[in-house]
Design a protein around this ligand. Structure first.
Ligand SMILES: Cc1cc2nc3c(=O)[nH]c(=O)nc-3n(C[C@H](O)[C@H](O)[C@H](O)COP(=O)(O)OP(=O)(O)OC[C@H]3O[C@@H](n4cnc5c(N)ncnc54)[C@H](O)[C@@H]3O)c2cc1C
Length: 402
């Protein structure tokens, strides 16, 4: 790492957001200290990362290694599998429709997290494998006392310490948190037919059942159900669970065989009132928690990190100043609120028995299914906020250019 006299950044949390933040800040020339436990190698989930997030990983030098274990996402399909009065047509989003070869890649977290952790070590980033036991925040610096008794101070504390975020609490940022009556059963499975790099999200009365391609004839599954159902499903033997998965998939991929390693994640939502205060800036799940629909969470987290590094670089002598934190808060609000709002609304509309909610969801999916420009707009916005609007503006300007 180059020696420089830029301010010190303390990144709290060694999940994917913390590791990416540490790499990104170090790459931008900051003096980075990462505080968090050894990387988690037991996370059985996969993460679908869209092309803009992959560009960030490419800049950090980790994409080539990740690619070998990832599957491209060329199309995403939404199937209404509810048995409700008002049902929606199947909508398919194809990357080719907006001139992209793929929307992104689906990566096992067991690959993603260790590769990021190795890159952090290779970069020579100071990583204290402990946790922050308490924070003291003053006008000049953030001070952290670690569980091992040591202390560290920094101009900016990056809170990548997850959904309960002790750093967020120390900064006096309130987050309205609510548990959902849902859990996600997560596993990988093999299947007889080719997936064709298509991900299918079945909407059910208890949440989304999402199949995402992995290399070969394999896919990952996030099956959102009531918490007690998730436990019942997780306790089934392989043959019975495989049959349930195949039935839920309407045998779209032929015979299914689940792989070892099932995990259950309770779902919740959390929205902080602001995204930075008192020398602390929130990224990743410290800044937003919502159910896993449409692969938004870490993609949004990576945009938090990009924006924070950009603003810190513009304020490099004091990246934790009031001015810098106010700029970060303002920049992140629209994106985080729009994504969290849309995902929570869609999730609630699945759970709701109310006719207006079902009508609204059905009308939205109908419009998307039948009107290609609207579909293209949502696909572009799904990849990067603002790009759908820019494409429309470009299209409107075109006649005048000739
Ligand atoms: C079932 C499921 C599927 C998902 N699929 C996708 C997907 O396909 N695409 C996508 O973009 N997103 C997806 N997400 C969301 C994504 O997983 C999260 O956005 C991401 O894991 C959040 O990472 P994080 O680093 O912010 O938090 P975490 O992974 O929770 O990491 C927090 C870290 O902080 C550490 N920590 C806590 N307290 C302290 C402390 N006091 N001091 C130091 N360290 C501390 C913890 O030990 C941990 O290492 C999914 C989520 C779920 C539940």
């Amino acid at each position: 790492m180059e020696h420089n006299d830029k301010a010190r950044i303390l990144v709290a949390g060694s999940g994917p957001a913390g590791l990416i933040a540490a790499l990104g800040f170090a790459g931008a020339g900051f003096d980075v200290t990462l505080v968090g436990p050894e990387a988690n190698t037991a996370d059985g989930r996969t993460t679908a990362l869209m092309n803009p997030a992959l560009k960030v990983l490419e800049r950090l030098g980790v994409l080539a290694e990740l690619r070998t274990q990832a599957a491209p996402l060329k199309a995403m399909r939404i199937v209404d599998a509810t048995r409700r009065l008002i049902r929606s047509p199947t909508v398919t989003f194809r990357a080719g429709e907006i001139g992209e070869e793929q929307f992104g890649l689906n990566l096992p977290n067991k690959t993603l997290i260790p590769i990021l952790a190795r890159a952090v070590s290779a970069e020579g980033i100071h990583w204290l494998k402990s946790t922050v036991a308490s924070w003291s925040l003053d006008a000049e610096q953030a001070h952290a006392r670690l569980a091992d008794g040591s202390e560290i101070s920094a101009a900016l504390a990056v809170a990548a310490d997850g959904r309960l975020s002790p750093a967020r609490e120390a900064a006096g940022i309130r987050a309205s948190a609510r548990p959902y009556p849902q859990s996600a059963l997560v596993l990988n499975f093999g299947h007889r037919s080719e997936h064709g790099f298509v991900s299918t999200e079945f909407h059910t009365e208890t949440g989304a059942f999402t199949q995402v391609p992995l290399p070969g004839r394999r896919s990952s599954l996030v099956w959102v159900v009531k918490p007690e159902t998730a436990q019942e499903l997780a306790a089934l033997d392989d043959a019975a669970l495989s049959a349930r998965v195949e039935e839920q998939m309407q045998s779209m991929l032929g015979r299914v065989s689940v792989e070892p390693g099932r995990q259950v994640y309770p779902l919740s939502a959390a929205s902080p009132g602001r995204f930075a205060r008192n020398r602390v800036a929130l990224v990743g799940e410290a800044a937003h928690v919502f159910p896993p629909i449409g692969a938004q969470g870490l993609n949004l987290g990576i945009r938090d990190i990009e924006d924070l590094i950009g603003i810190a670089s513009e304020n490099s002598s004091d990246p934790g100043s009031r001015r810098a934190l106010a700029a970060y808060d303002t920049r992140r609000r629209p994106d985080i609120w729009a994504r969290s709002g849309a995902v929570n609304l869609l999730n609630m509309s699945l759970l709701s028995d109310m006719l207006p909610a079902q009508l609204a969801r059905s009308a939205g999916l109908n419009a998307l299914g039948s009107f290609a420009p609207l579909r293209a707009f949502f696909m572009r916005e799904g990849l990067r906020p603002g790009s759908g609007f820019r494409a429309i503006a470009g299209g409107l300007r075109k006649p005048a250019e000739h």
